[in-house]
Design a protein around this ligand. Structure first.
Ligand SMILES: [Zn+2]
Ligand SMILES: [Zn+2]
Length: 167
C-alpha cells in the first residue's frame, strides 16, 4: 500500500509507540527554543525511549558507543544528559542516579514516575489533580518549583503476578 497514513494510528498507551512522536516533538521544541539537538543528544534521548526503564550514564555509554562507532567519555554523556534534562525531555530519578524520558516536555508539569524495584521498569503518569496539589502547596509556601520529579518505588503489576505464582 502506498501512503504514509495508518488507519490504526494512535496507540497512546503503548510505551515504545511514544518514541518517534516524542523525538519529533523534541526536535520541534529545540528549533523553537533555538537549542541545538546534536546527533549524540538525539541518540541518547532515543536510547532512553527504547529502554523503557531508567538508565544511568554508564548504562547508556556502551549503547551510544555501539551506535556511533566511537569511544565516548562519561563527561560527554553527562553533558548530553544535562542538556536533555535542561530542556525537559528527560527526568532524573535521583535515588537511582538514572534518567527517564519525559512524555510531556512541551509543558511544565510534575513528572510522576512509578519505578519497579524488581524489573526496574518505569511508567510516567500525567495526573492534573496531583499536579494541582503540588502547585497549591508550592503557592502556600511561596516556593518557586524549578523542576519536580515524583518517584514512587515498589513492585509493578507484572512482577507482582510472578511473585504470587506457584513455583
Ligand atoms: Zn514528565
Ligand atoms: Zn516489575
Amino acid at each position: 500500500m502506498i501512503g504514509n497514513s495508518s488507519p490504526h494510528g494512535h496507540d497512546h498507551f503503548h510505551g515504545h509507540g511514544h518514541a518517534p512522536a516524542a523525538l519529533k516533538a523534541a526536535m520541534t521544541l529545540c528549533s523553537e527554543r533555538g537549542a541545538q539537538m546534536t546527533p549524540l543528544r538525539r541518540l541518547a534521548l532515543e536510547t532512553l525511549w527504547d529502554a523503557a526503564q531508567p538508565l544511568g550514564a554508564y548504562d547508556l555509554m556502551p549503547k551510544l558507543e555501539a551506535a556511533l562507532g566511537r569511544k565516548l567519555t562519561p563527561s560527554t554523556i553527562y553533558r548530553a544528559l544535562e542538556f536533555l534534562v535542561g530542556q525537559g525531555f528527560v527526568s532524573r530519578i535521583e535515588s537511582q542516579n538514572a534518567f527517564v524520558p519525559c512524555a510531556h516536555p512541551e509543558k511544565p508539569h510534575a513528572c510522576v514516575f512509578f519505578v519497579c524495584d524488581l524489573c526496574r521498569g518505569s511508567v510516567e503518569v500525567d495526573n492534573p489533580a496531583l499536579e494541582g496539589i503540588v502547585e497549591h502547596e508550592a503557592e502556600q509556601l511561596g516556593f518557586r518549583v524549578a523542576h519536580s520529579v515524583i518517584e514512587l518505588r515498589g513492585t509493578c503489576a507484572d512482577c507482582r503476578s510472578h511473585e504470587g505464582a506457584p513455583s
